[in-house]
Write a protein that binds this ligand. Sequence first.
Ligand SMILES: Cc1cc2nc3c(=O)[nH]c(=O)nc-3n(C[C@H](O)[C@H](O)[C@H](O)COP(=O)(O)OP(=O)(O)OC[C@H]3O[C@@H](n4cnc5c(N)ncnc54)[C@H](O)[C@@H]3O)c2cc1C
Length: 156
Amino acid sequence: MRRKDREVADPGSMLEIMRQCDCCRLGLRDGDGVYIVPLNFGFCQEDDKLVLYFHGAGSGRKIELLKACPQVGFEMDTAHGLVEHETACGYSYHYASIMGTGRVSFLEDHQEKLAALGCILAHYSDRTEWEFSGETVKHTAVLRLEVTKWSCKRYE
Ligand SMILES: Cc1cc2nc3c(=O)[nH]c(=O)nc-3n(C[C@H](O)[C@H](O)[C@H](O)COP(=O)(O)OP(=O)(O)OC[C@H]3O[C@@H](n4cnc5c(N)ncnc54)[C@H](O)[C@@H]3O)c2cc1C
C-alpha cells in the first residue's frame, strides 16, 4: 500500500472494521470483463481462515459466473465522512475499507447452510435464535468465500 500511514494491519482492528461494514461487493470474472455485485454478508474465522458467507437465489448471473470461475475479489467500506473545505483541493473523504481475494464454494449440507445463514444474521442482529423453513433453506444458495488475501485501509 503506497500510503502506509493509512494501512490497518492489526487483525483485530481489521475485523472490527469488517464488523462495521454492511455490504460486500463481489467482483466476478465474466469473460474478458468483470461483474460487480453488492451483497449482504456474514463472516467468521474457521481454523485461522477468514470466511465470508452470502446467500441468495440459486440462479442468476452471479451464480452462473461463480460456477464458471470461483475465484473472486471483494471490497467493503464504512465510516464515510465528507470533509468540506473552502478550496477544491481541501475537499476530502474519510473512510475505512477492506479489499481481498478468495475462492467461493456452494454449501450443500443443510446444517452447514443453517450455520452460515446464522452467521449472516449475526452480522445484522443481536438475536441468536432463529427458525428456518427447511424448504426455503433448500432453495437458497449459500456461498462460502474462503479469503486468501485481504488488506485494510483507514483514512480518518
Ligand atoms: C446493499 C445491497 C445488499 C444486497 N444483498 C443481497 C444479498 O444478500 N443477497 C442477494 O442475493 N442479493 C442481494 N442484493 C441484490 C444483489 O445486488 C443482486 O441484485 C442480486 O443478488 C441478483 O444478482 P444476479 O447476478 O443474480 O442478477 P440477475 O438477476 O441475474 O440480473 C443480472 C443483471 O441485472 C442487473 N443487476 C443485478 N443486480 C443489480 C443491482 N444490485 N443493481 C443494479 N443492477 C443490477 C445487472 O445489469 C445484471 O447484469 C443486494 C443489493 C444491495 C444494493
